[in-house]
Ligand binder design. Structure first.
Ligand SMILES: Nc1ncnc2c1ncn2[C@@H]1O[C@H](COP(=O)(O)OP(=O)(O)OP(=O)(O)O)[C@@H](O)[C@H]1O
Ligand SMILES: [Mg+2]
Length: 262
């Protein structure tokens, strides 16, 4: 059985999609078979992972019952496009609307070790579907003044999903993203998250750099484009695998960490 992780944030532009994209890449490098699911009508993850724009069927077709999840996997990703917004609307009037993705993924997830779901920047029905389909929620928070608030709001939605629909859902933690730890406000965001959430805050932060936009443009992983920055994600992956108890995979990551450090 795959471990399913929903990556979300209350705000837009906190680096969620970059996180899903990069973790997918890192996991695959160490033999952890990973299915990426784009659950954002913007389709950014599908772009980052170089899915052809006309690829079909998509996650929208799956959610509206027009296609099976198995048929919607294209090179290890279930892509999204604007049609997903329509599917979300159509879903919203139906019984069991929160369970649609969970039911659909059941038939594919067995073939993978990890399923990563990239949520849209809203805590609406799509994100709730991701939380109901997931075993774990992982938060990305941009390092700025309102980071705390955003995390608290996302946690409320996680709590609602747990109480009403998915009692087994666990919160893996929060990663401080797009951080410039030389600035006071990034350090303050880190400290307040640490104070409120303790160990749930990942030790490792993701540094802010223009190289992320450049690597996205080139459809290249930051791990290859700028290994000196990509190491942030290798270390987040290391913490994540530790939290998931995936000891063997963590062992296979070590040589990659050593390589960059050398
Ligand atoms: N560590 C980083 N430093 C600087 N820029 C980054 C970093 N990570 C991502 N970015 C850039 O920030 C922008 C938003 O990133 P991304 O798309 O991953 O965020 P998101 O949370 O998925 O956004 P949305 O809420 O719109 O889905 C992109 O242009 C991306 O290249
Ligand atoms: Mg995104």
């Amino acid at each position: 059985m795959a471990v399913t992780i929903a990556v979300l944030s209350q705000k837009g532009g906190t680096g969620k999609t970059t996180m899903v994209r990069t973790l997918t890449d890192v996991f695959r490098r160490i033999g952890v078979s990973t299915l990426a699911v784009d659950l954002d009508p913007q389709g950014n993850l599908s772009d980052y992972l170089d899915v052809a724009p006309e690829a079909s069927p998509t996650v929208g077709d799956v959610l509206s019952g027009r296609a099976s999840a198995v048929d919607a996997v294209h090179d290890g990703i279930i892509p999204a496009n604007l049609g997903l917004a329509e599917s979300e609307l159509a879903m919203s009037g139906k019984m069991g609307r929160e369970l649609t993705l969970r039911r659909a993924l059941r038939e594919v997830s067995d073939g993978y070790d990890v399923v990563l779901i990239d949520c849209p920047p809203a805590l609406g029905l799509l994100t709730v579907n991701a939380l109901v389909a997931a075993d774990y929620a992982l938060l990305s928070a941009e390092a700025q003044y309102f980071a705390m608030q955003g995390v608290e709001q996302a946690l409320e939605v996680i709590e609602l999903a747990r109480e009403n629909l998915n009692p087994d859902l666990e919160w893996l933690g929060v990663v401080l993203n797009i951080a410039d730890m030389r600035t006071r406000h990034s350090r303050e965001a880190y400290d307040s998250l640490r104070e409120h959430f303790g160990e749930r805050l990942f030790e490792q932060t993701i540094r802010q750099s223009i190289a992320y936009a450049e690597s996205a443009e080139r459809a290249q992983s930051i791990v290859d484009y700028r290994p000196d920055l990509g190491i942030d994600y290798l270390r987040v992956a290391d913490e994540l695998l530790g939290r998931l108890g995936l000891v063997d995979a963590r062992g296979r990551l070590q040589p990659l960490l050593d390589d960059v450090a050398a």
